[in-house]
Design a protein around this ligand. Structure first.
Ligand SMILES: NC(=O)c1ccc[n+]([C@@H]2O[C@H](COP(=O)([O-])OP(=O)(O)OC[C@H]3O[C@@H](n4cnc5c(N)ncnc54)[C@H](O)[C@@H]3O)[C@@H](O)[C@H]2O)c1
Length: 339
C-alpha cells in the first residue's frame, strides 16, 4: 500500500461528499470523482483536486488504490465488481447490494481478486455506539432480553433524491435504507446473530416503496427486539432515532437523532453514565477503519458477509410481510434461496 492512499469516489451526491471529506481527513488523496451529473462531478473534483469523470470505469482507468461507492443502490453491484476487477479496495455504502444473488456473486468476485471490501454501516461508528459496545462487552448491562429501536425520517419529497422512491433503483424503502442500520448495529452490539424476523411491512404497491416498517426480531441467546422505521408525512418532521437496550443489570437509552447530537444514558445497577456528544465525526471514524485496515494488511470491518446478513434480514422482513408469518433467517439465507 502506498504511503498516501489514492481513492476514487463513485457518486458525487450527499454520501459521495461525506466520503470524500472523510478520506481527506484521514490523509488519503481523492484522485477521481465519477458522476454522470457533470456539474456535481466537477464541483466535488475541484474541491478535492481530483479528476472529474463521467463514469466509474473512467475513474478506475487511473488505477486508484480504493473505490468508495456512494451510488443509487441498483448500481452498487456493478461498480463494486468493476472496482474489484481493477484491483481497488472497496468501501461500499449500505445496502452493499439489493439481492442475495448479487451479494453472493460479489463476495465471490472480491475473493477471486483478493481485494479488501467493507460495507458502510456508519451507525457502528457513532461515538455513543462505540461506548455502548464497550459497556456491553464489559458485561455492565447483564443479559439483554429486550430492545426497542425507532427511526423516524422525513417523507420522500423535494429534499430527497428521486431514486429513493423508485423500487427498481432503491430496491426497497425505509427498511432497506434506514432499518438496515439498526439491524446491523444491534447484531454488532449484542454480538449475536438474528434467528428470526417477523414483519409488518406494507407491500410495495403502484411502484412505490414502503414508508413504514414494523419488525419483531429474535436474536440468538433470546434477545427480542421491536423495531419501527417510518417516514413521516408531517411537514418539517425532524429525523429522530432512539434505541433502548433493557438489560437485566442496566438499561441503555441512546438518542441518535442527528449525528451532531447523540446521547447515551446507562442507568441501573453500578455506576450510572450520561454521555452527550455534539462533535462526532462518524464518517471519519468509518473511513479510518477502512484505511488503517488497508495499511495494516488486515480485513476491514464490517465485511461483505456481515453486510449480507443485514441485507438478508431486511429481505426476510419483506418475505415475512408477504407470507404473514415469521421467517427464520438461517433457512431464508440457505443457498437455494439465493434469488
Ligand atoms: N451511511 C449513511 O449514514 C448513509 C446516509 C444516506 C445515504 N446512504 C447511502 O449512500 C448511498 C448514496 O446515497 P445518496 O443519498 O448519497 O444518494 P445521492 O442521490 O445524493 O447520490 C448518488 C449520486 O450518484 C450519481 N450517479 C447516478 N448514476 C451514476 C453512475 N452510473 N455512475 C456514477 N455516479 C452515478 C448521482 O448523479 C448522484 O449524484 C446509498 O447507498 C444510500 O443508502 C448512507
Amino acid at each position: 500500500m502506498p504511503s498516501r492512499l489514492r481513492v476514487a469516489i463513485a457518486g458525487a451526491g450527499q454520501m459521495g461528499r461525506a466520503h470524500a471529506a472523510a478520506f481527506r481527513a484521514c490523509g488519503a488523496r481523492v484522485v477521481a470523482v465519477a458522476d454522470p451529473d457533470a456539474g456535481r462531478a466537477a464541483a466535488l473534483a475541484a474541491e478535492c483536486g481530483a479528476t472529474a469523470c463521467a463514469s466509474v470505469a473512467e475513474a478506475l482507468a487511473g488505477r486508484p488504490d480504493a473505490l468508495s461507492i456512494c451510488l443509487p443502490h441498483h448500481l452498487h453491484f456493478e461498480a463494486a465488481a468493476l472496482g474489484a476487477e481493477h484491483g481497488a479496495a472497496l468501501l461500499i455504502e449500505k445496502p452493499h447490494c439489493i439481492t442475495l444473488a448479487e451479494s453472493r456473486a460479489l463476495r465471490a468476485i472480491v475473493a477471486r481478486h483478493g481485494v479488501p471490501a467493507m460495507a458502510g454501516f456508519t451507525h457502528r461508528f457513532l461515538a455513543t455506539s462505540r461506548r455502548l459496545h464497550a459497556a456491553l462487552r464489559a458485561g455492565r448491562l447483564g443479559s439483554v432480553p429486550l430492545v426497542t429501536d425507532r427511526l423516524y425520517a422525513q417523507a420522500l419529497g423535494p429534499g430527497t433524491p428521486a431514486w429513493y422512491g423508485d423500487p427498481a433503483r432503491a430496491g426497497g424503502g425505509i427498511a432497506l435504507i434506514g432499518m438496515i442500520h439498526s439491524l446491523d448495529r444491534l447484531r454488532w452490539l449484542l454480538g449475536r446473530e438474528i434467528v428470526s424476523v417477523q414483519a409488518l411491512v406494507p407491500p410495495v404497491r403502484d411502484g412505490a416503496v414502503e414508508d413504514t416498517a414494523l419488525a419483531l426480531v429474535e436474536f440468538a441467546g433470546g434477545t427480542r427486539a421491536a423495531l419501527v422505521a417510518h417516514r413521516s408525512p408531517a411537514p418539517g418532521h425532524a429525523r429522530a432515532h432512539e434505541c433502548e437496550l433493557l438489560g437485566e443489570r442496566m438499561h441503555a437509552r441512546c438518542v441518535l437523532g442527528s449525528f451532531d447530537h447523540q446521547e447515551l444514558h446507562l442507568t441501573g445497577a453500578g455506576p450510572e453514565e450520561h454521555l452527550t456528544v455534539t462533535d462526532d465525526t462518524p464518517f471519519v471514524a468509518e473511513v479510518l477503519e477502512f484505511t488503517s485496515a488497508l495499511v495494516a494488511g488486515r480485513p476491514p470491518a464490517p465485511d461483505l458477509l456481515e453486510a449480507e446478513l443485514a441485507l438478508g434480514a431486511v429481505l426476510a422482513l419483506y418475505e415475512s410481510a408477504r407470507i404473514g408469518q415469521p421467517v427464520r433467517l438461517a433457512e431464508f439465507l440457505a443457498p437455494a434461496n439465493a434469488g
